[in-house]
Design a protein. Structure first.
Length: 493
């Protein structure tokens, strides 16, 4: 058995046919992690002992219930990697920051609780840009994560570790968070499938918040069907997240009715294709997908999203504003295990601090990296009494316009098809000194978060070299449309 060949679907078939045991599969994955991850840097911490223990238990359940448990629980025994800003009780959750280096989660995030009761097995926590701020995972305080297609290139971000865990075959599925593109963009750059669900589709309880009006948790996997399977497991209303909604997703999420899917109208926003700085392979790749749908008989028409050009500026006011407020709780005292050997030297700082304010300043100065600092400063500025109206209020109005663009377009079409990233994976270091260039990586993904819509990144087929992803954007809570259309593309040539 070569774990590299497996999707979740195929893994379950293998278990059903008794081709291997759960324990042997999970052991093989850890062997692969041991040999590959020193180069790829996807994982920040591993959960080998508990994973192997769970695997043994799963084999025992299989021995008794066999096919029954595999058929009724599609996530049973599925090895998953989890972004390090999602809490698993008893394990570290650093959010890629030194400030949380010693933080051990005291409860499970709702998505983790759901995956646990569905039988999934957690392999470890994955690297990310500090507090999910970034598009390359270079802002992690711990390590670089490398693109499996070219080790000199970034995997995208901020959920770079989760994308590489899947693309590097070191997990069958993973979770990330997407506030402005952090699932879709790394999925695109690494050749994985990544879904940002509708705002409210998945509970964010137990995810370390970045910008609460934009954040969503979502899955990565190797196929659209696998992504649908994970999404169905983690979605649903939760009393611990007041924004979560009670949507009853049907079986068609995973097994679409292609007759219905073929009736969906696809919109192509004209503003997304004349962007300066978009590379040729991306353009060609996206055009090949448009051609595919046209040739398959889908109705494809041009739509307009005229306020897209303001989305990035709007996002970079709203996000820092919310982030500055969310990150205020990280003072280096709470969520930090204070001890003599803490990397921040909390005790030394404590004994040297002149007063409480001085302690806060010292902790935050040492604990936060450049990007969080930049955004906290920006955020407090745009929220300050003198500038609130000029920046924050105005950005909220622009956000309504961006949303309205989509509402209007969705009167004419059911799904919108766009690029995910203007370029393929860039070189490590290429954009890290230029925050503006980095921010542009998310030009096609950010409007979707501003509007709260579901979006998925799917690898374009037939690309030699670095992967290109295309994005399908759906109406609110119509994940079934984009997942169905995605599966149609995957299945047909
Ligand atoms: N790259 C974007 C940013 O830096 C998106 C982040 C995200 O989705 N978490 O804000």
């Amino acid at each position: 058995m070569n774990v590299k060949d497996f999707t979740i679907e195929k893994y379950h078939k293998g278990l059903l046919n008794k081709e291997f045991t759960v324990a042997s599969f999970i052991e093989e994955i850890f062997n692969l992690i041991e040999s590959e991850d020193s180069r790829l840097g996807a994982y920040l911490s591993l959960m080998k002992i508990s994973a192997l223990d769970e695997a043994k238990k799963a084999d025992e359940v299989l021995a008794i219930r066999g096919a029954d448990v595999l058929n009724s629980q599609p996530m049973f025994a599925v090895p998953m990697a989890i972004k390090d800003n999602i809490l698993i009780k008893g394990h570290r959750a650093t959010a890629g920051s030194k400030l949380l280096e010693n933080y051990i989660a005291s409860y499970d995030a709702t998505v983790i609780r759901k995956l646990k009761s569905a039988g999934a097995i957690f392999l470890g926590k994955t690297n990310m840009d500090e507090f999910a701020m970034g598009s390359s995972t270079e802002n992690s305080a711990y390590q670089k994560t490398r693109n499996p297609y070219d080790l000199e290139r970034v995997p995208g971000g901020s959920s770079g570790g989760s994308a590489v865990a899947v693309a590097g075959h070191m997990a069958l599925g993973s979770l990330g968070t997407d506030t402005g593109g952090s699932i879709r963009q790394p999925a695109s750059l690494c050749g994985a499938v990544g879904l940002k669900p509708t705002y409210g589709a998945v509970s964010r309880f137990g995810a370390i918040a970045l910008a609460s009006s934009l954040d969503q948790i979502g899955p990565f996997a190797k196929t659209v069907k696998d992504v649908a399977t994970i999404f169905k497991t983690i979605s649903g209303i939760d009393k611990n997240d007041g924004t979560s909604q009670d949507i009853k997703y049907g079986e068609d999420l995973i097994n679409p009715d292609f007759e219905k899917i073929k009736k969906l109208k696809i919109g192509i926003p004209k503003e997304y294709f004349n962007l300066e700085g978009m590379d040729e392979v991306t353009k060609q790749g996206i055009n090949s997908v448009i051609d595919f749908y046209k040739k398959s008989g889908f109705e494809v028409k041009e739509v307009s999203l005229p306020n897209t050009k303001y989305a990035l500026s709007c996002y970079y006011i709203i996000l820092p504003a919310e982030a500055s407020s969310n990150l205020a709780r990280f003072d280096g005292i709470r969520y930090a295990k204070v001890g003599p050997s803490t990397p921040l030297g909390v005790n030394e700082i404590r004994s040297n601090a002149k007063n409480l304010l001085d302690l806060y300043v010292k902790n935050k100065t040492q604990g936060f990296g450049d990007e969080p600092k930049r955004r906290i400063i920006l955020g407090t500025y745009v929220l300050s009494s003198g500038y609130y109206d000029a920046y924050y209020s105005k950005a909220q109005k622009v956000r309504s316009l961006v949303k309205k663009d989509f509402t209007d377009a969705f009167k004419e079409v059911d799904v919108i098809l766009t690029p995910v990233s203007p370029t393929v994976a860039f070189k490590i270091g290429e954009k890290s000194a230029d925050p503006l260039a980095m921010y542009l990586s998310d030009i096609f993904t950010i409007p979707v978060n501003l509007a709260g819509l579901p979006g998925i990144s799917i690898p374009v087929k037939g690309i030699n070299g670095l992967p290109v992803g295309f994005q399908l954007i759906g109406k609110s809570f119509r994940e079934a449309d984009i997942l169905g259309l995605g599966q149609y593309y995957e299945k047909n040539d």
